[in-house]
Design a protein around this ligand. Sequence first.
Ligand code: FCB
Length: 442
Amino acid sequence: MFDRRDFPQDFVFGAATAAYQIEGHRVGGAGPTHWDSFAATPGNVAGAEDGASACDHYHRWPEDLDLLRDGGFDAYRFSTSWARVMPDGKSVNPEGLDFYDRLVDGILERGLAPFLTLYHWELPSVLADNGGWTNRDTTSRFGDFTRLIAEKLGDRVARIATINEPWCVSWLSHFEGHHAPGLRDIRAAARSMHHIMLAHAEGVEALRAAGHKGAGIVLNFTDVQCGDSEGGWSEAAARTDAIMNRWFIESVARGEYPAEALEGLERHLPKGWTGDMARIAAPIDWLGVNYYSRALVTEAPEKPWPSTGAITGPLPKTQMGWEVYPRGLSSLLNRMADDYVGSLPIYVTENGMAWADEPCDGKIEDTARIDYVAAHLEAVRRSLSHGTNIKGYFYWSLLDNYEWSFGYEKRFGLIHVDFGTLKRTPKASWHRFRDALSDGRR
Ligand code: FCB
């Protein structure tokens, strides 16, 4: 079982959320986003559900922050909705900005450290109309948004991440079509893969100009393995690793995109892309790593590039169907330090599991989640003893919430939310965290 005392003195324990997934987007003057229209299109989202009401965190945030504090946590990772503070992508909605102002004060008042993510996916529809991330201009607009947030909140928020999971923003959303805007187009994918990294660069530049010293990015990593031969490696696995993992970390850490990905994508990249690479590789102050599972990749020569498929592995799975594979977390954390970022502070900014939790006599005994967390924290410890400079761990998620294309069915929270009454009920995992963290809270 896990215990705070098994981690370094300054190790930070937190929980994470994202604006569109919890706030309730219909209130407070927020503008339409591409997730609203994606969800309104049949077949994209389970039950065609959207984030209009979500957990009503917009009104219930004091209760949610109390639960975070009472769980013994040190930090809260949240995001600022671009469409809430700039409903038309340009002009400012003071009500939206004030909401985050109060939220940040509320976080600090409870002795929690705020970790802010600027872009966790709700692109204002007006910008989507202009091509969204396939249009270079969106990156400048993101710079404007960053300046606004840095000016309003930057003095009180020590760590600001530019983008959450650029792979999901680009490949998953423009090649696989699973997330908004739901495209399946290799050219759009390539361009968005570059522009999202350029947006990161714009964000870092804006933060630096505002004097901010805690700029980072949150990347998601999957432990890519060969599905054709156990323990082997293949070109298909190498291509997938290049697209899912290396594209993002190598552009930030080295100013390069991997050759295995460029072989299929270069001809679709915007002209002059190499001229942006030095900006993308500007130094950052910390790296966020999101980790959930591994991928078993197969060769699929009958398909066009990248000519890959996937098989389902034999390990126990979460409600998402994702294999529970804690070993991948330690190997990816070690790989980050050894191959890319050296001693730069790394935070596990997301890790967690969905389970079909329902209260029984007012209790939710999510022992599978407790085991999942314990195994992944053990993986973090292994990586710490390898010498990796891991500074914290954020469970995804504080609350059951809107799980994107899966709607409200997949429950990741430490706190159960009844989406009819919006009642919050801490699960056994929340109690377990409280027992593990409350002693010796900093
Ligand atoms: C990550 C997202 C987060 C949540 C988890 C389950 O990809 O950053 O919003 O959906 O997956």
